[in-house]
Design a binder for this molecule. Structure first.
Ligand code: NAP
Ligand code: GDD
Length: 342
């Protein structure tokens, strides 16, 4: 019998890579998606199209982390062995503008899912393994560099505060109700499928368009912030590995390197033979009320116990993202040449 996995946030960057990974392992993959007035499935469209057999093993269900009834219904219908909670309002800057909504989705949404799983395990008698998408943002105003599983949290945004709540709920459900629940404390991870408003993708998309003459300026905020950027495709393997262990635990997943936004600009514009200072302007609207200045992870526990290590370097990640965005920009340029507005 195939293992069944349920993923919240399946339409997001990580949801798409995790789906691919689990399908590759032979799983039946189910995803919770929100109803929207337009398509949100562009990142997972190819999983339907890959093969008929795959189509049967990949299913989407309408639901919402803020709708506990929908979570209970999906869980009892599917009877999953593994549940990955990736759903979130995941944009840190937006969380300052929508703090209550962010806290609801990230904090209470996680609690809703854990409660549904508690009932499922206690009353239906099914053992389930739970992965919580915790975040390096929880370290915030960092107490030490690098940050590991024992570093104290100091969250600096409504998003990060809500992630701390979800982190501790995950541990509490593990200890109180014997649920196999793990926190993956993941540092920033990017890809060609990264949302366009996160800084790396904003830069690779704009630089590609600038290269092809489709735009001439890029407006950014704090260029001095430093992040530990890895490749999302590498990181979903660590999520899965956590749920294959003998005992549940919490792990940091990171590259161990840190780079500033400025260095990412150097890498991307340099690859395109451009000088970013000719195009980048600072716009105060992109600064945050409180900033996280530096993140740098110590993933030695994941390396020792899970046998996990990152494969894609900082430079290869930037180039992979530029190559993908250049292809899109070329299609846009062709449309412009044909007289269409893009
Ligand atoms: P993402 O691309 O922003 O995807 C977020 C997903 O959550 C989307 O599928 C979104 O659906 C869904 N979602 C939003 N609100 C929801 C709700 N109320 N109910 C159900 N689903 C909802 O994020 P990501 O980069 O893949 O990150 C995945 C998870 O890891 C998130 O929890 C994020 O906070 C966390 N994380 C990310 C990073 C990183 O660097 N990427 C690092 C650490 C932790 P729609 O498509 O309908 O909007
Ligand atoms: N988004 C954005 N847009 N960020 C900018 C900009 C800009 O125009 N200019 C500078 N930055 C800086 C931000 O101030 C921040 O210091 C850094 O670039 C990274 O910002 P994001 O790419 O938005 O990511 P993040 O680090 O705030 O959050 C991401 O990583 C977290 C893990 O540490 C998100 O994926 C979170 O969901 C995730 O938990």
């Amino acid at each position: 019998m195939r293992k069944r996995a349920l993923i919240s946030g399946i339409t997001g960057q990580d949801g798409s890579y995790l789906s691919e990974f689990l399908l590759g392992k032979g799983y039946e993959v189910h995803g919770i998606m929100r109803r929207c007035s337009s398509f949100t499935t562009h990142r997972i469209e190819h999983l339907y199209q890959d093969s008929h057999e795959q189509e049967v093993r990949f299913k989407l269900h309408y639901g919402d982390l803020l709708d506990p009834l929908s979570l209970r219904r999906v869980i009892s219908d599917i009877e999953p062995e593994e549940v990955y909670n990736l759903g979130a309002q995941s944009h840190v800057k937006t969380s300052f503008e929508q703090p209550a909504y962010t806290a609801e989705v990230v904090g209470i949404g996680t609690l809703n899912l854990l409660e549904a799983l508690r009932d499922y395990q206690d009353h239906a008698g099914h053992a389930v393994r739970f992965y919580q998408a915790s975040s390096s943002e929880m370290y915030g105003n960092v107490r030490e560099v690098p940050q590991s599983e024992v570093t104290r949290f100091y969250p600096r945004s409504p998003y990060a505060c809500a992630k701390v709540f979800a982190f501790w709920q995950t541990i509490n459900y593990r200890e109180a109700y014997n649920i196999f629940a793990c926190n993956g404390v993941l540092f920033n991870h990017e890809s060609p499928r990264r949302g366009e408003t996160f800084v790396t993708r904003k830069i690779t998309r704009a630089a590609s368009r600038i290269k092809l003459g489709l735009q001439d300026k890029l407006f950014l905020g704090n260029l001095d912030a430093k992040r530990d950027w890895g490749f999302a495709g590498d990181y979903v393997e660590a999520m899965w590995l956590m749920l294959q262990q003998q005992d549940p635990d919490d792990y940091v997943v990171a590259t161990g390197e840190t780079h500033s936004v400025r260095e990412f600009l150097d890498e991307v514009f340099g690859y395109l033979d451009l000088d970013w200072s000719d195009y980048v302007e600072i716009d105060p609207q992109y600064f945050r009320p409180t900033e996280v200045n530096i993140l740098q992870g110590d993933a030695s526990k994941a390396e020792a116990l899970l046998g996990w290590s990152p494969k894609v370097s900082f430079s290869d990640l930037a180039r992979m993202m530029v190559d993908a965005d250049l292809q899109t920009a070329e299609q846009e340029a062709a449309l412009v040449a044909a007289g269409y507005a893009v």
